[in-house]
Design a binder for this molecule. Structure first.
Ligand SMILES: N[C@@H](CCC(=O)N[C@@H](CS)C(=O)NCC(=O)O)C(=O)O
Length: 244
């Protein structure tokens, strides 16, 4: 794919400053890292958008090489794309979301809604490849999280400050039954929150896992307690009573 002149890999901060000083142009700042493979596809999307919207300057900024700029734009992860006018951030896309980046590029280029809707095959293809890769990465991460402790609970909030009544009840049950457990607060990570629902085919939280296997949510746990199966399902190593 040929790269147009308006797609600039930043080498010198001054080049960016010149554009930021102009208060009339909307520019897209794409923060990336060479080691983050999910950035590769977004990089291609940026090249494509650069061709499509030649009047918009697109800056590719290697975040770690430009710590001051990255800090000024509060970059905490890559890829991140920020649309700026002057020094003002108008919109940002944190993470891998080619469709949203394309939508905003269209919006700020002044293109009609129709052309945004038409989209580009390359952007769609890139989004598809990206989705597959990202999904694979997410699944690896979810598997690791599920196996982080022999008894692992995914809740809203923390055990000391649950932020949902269902999560609170599960924590109370685990404590009452003297179970040692690990937890993950799904409110801190939307990707995990949505991804785990699909991965485990379980639509709600809390979710309890024992040795990497989904047990279920609060209702299931309550049923297991009524049926006398709950305590038996907890590995001996995780029963605090056994650890005197
Ligand atoms: N009956 C469910 C109750 C759990 C539930 O309904 N959770 C909701 C509200 S906290 C939930 O996680 N919704 C999906 C979400 O918030 O992402 C259970 O047995 O666990």
């Amino acid at each position: 794919m040929s790269v147009t002149q308006n797609v600039i890999t930043l080498k010198d901060e001054a080049d960016l400053r010149k554009v930021l000083e102009k208060n009339t142009t909307v520019a897209a700042l794409y923060f990336y890292a060479d080691w983050a493979h999910q950035c590769k596809n977004i990089g291609e999307v940026i090249d494509e958008l650069g061709q499509k919207y030649p009047q918009t300057p697109f800056f590719k900024i290697e975040a770690e090489n430009f710590p001051d700029i990255s800090e000024a734009f509060e970059i905490s992860a890559v890829p991140t794309v920020i649309f700026v006018k002057g020094n003002k951030a108008l919109d940002r896309v944190d993470g891998v979301n080619a469709a949203r980046i394309a939508q905003l590029a269209s919006k700020y280029s002044g293109a009609s809604a129709g052309s945004a809707a038409a989209g580009d095959s390359a952007i769609r293809a890139s989004q598809a490849t990206l989705s597959a890769e990202v999904k694979q990465d997410l699944n690896i991460r979810l598997k690791e999280l599920i196996n982080r402790a022999p008894v692992m609970v995914f809740i809203k909030g923390t055990p000391s400050q649950p932020r949902c009544g269902f999560s609170k009840q599960v924590i109370n049950i685990l404590n009452d039954h003297s179970v040692q457990y690990g937890y993950f607060d799904i409110l801190t990570d939307e990707e995990v929150r949505q991804g785990l629902k699909e991965y485990s085919e379980w639509p709600t939280y809390p979710q309890l896992y024992i040795k990497g296997e989904l047990i279920g949510g609060l209702d299931i746990i309550k049923e297991m307690i009524e049926g006398g199966e709950f305590d038996n399902s907890i590995p001996d190593s995780e029963k605090l009573n056994n650890k005197a």
